[in-house]
Design a protein around this ligand. Sequence first.
Ligand code: MEV
Length: 307
Amino acid sequence: MKSSAPGKIILFGEHAVVYSRPALAAPIRQARVEAEVLDSDSPGLWLDAPLINFHGELSALPADHPISRVFSDLFQRLSLSAPPDLRVSIKSDLPVAAGLGSGAAVSVALLRALSEFLHQPLPVEQVNQMTFEIEKLYHGSPSGIDNAVIAYDMPVYFIKGKPIETFACAKPFTLVVADTGVPAPTKESVGGVRRLWLRDTNRFEALFDEIAQISTMARHFIETGRPEALGELMNQNHEFLQEMTVSSAELDALVATARKAGALGAKLSGGGRGGNMIALTNQAQAQSVAQALTSAGAVRTLITEIC
Ligand code: MEV
């Protein structure tokens, strides 16, 4: 039994979304996690997970590791008295700690493959909810946007605690995603923003309000077929993220390179302080923007069509 889950990019509103402002995110279908579950000839539960450099019996992984928790939460949910004998492999083209949702994609792909293999497939809301619980181990206090976009595998307009809304795209648009190669756990950047917010609440609340307006306008431009107008909004969103201290020299350099190479706008995407940035381009320019980003030090780029 095989199941897969996409990576994700945050288009607008990262961090502000933790403070109940709206954000937009979309799945990236070219970069996925795949989980495969097979019967095992030897007793026990065997895991092959190159992304965490783990090959062996699941019990050798700490019980509070997010991947162990996927198994234990699922077995509990399915009321299994003893873990079955299984061989599970996880393959991923998503870099870890790069803001592309690799942790949530692992949880979603595993929950689906395991529950289907055990003949008790979980509904998407339950996959989403269970992934959210596991995201807390990776991220501390996540908003829930990563698990939502990945579990539902569709673009989302997300407000914490509210029913998940998708958005319609009147016209597809092209993004170049580029990785700084600097690993940046979301937990740390979210924790950093929380400390600054506690110290200077009014200023940060005002920044989050500005970003909320950007997300709302962006949704409007996407739905009314004016994606080129997103470029300027990306630039503004990036500036607010800089003010929130979640950009970095590497991210700023790639953002500047993309703009110089003809992108309509660019910003960091996800937790920041490393990880990935995104640039809006027209289709014809995507390759040359990607090349410019590689020359400027991006360790990997991908071109993706949204919607
Ligand atoms: C991470 O992809 C997005 C953040 O806003 C964290 C979250 O929403 O949980 C930085």
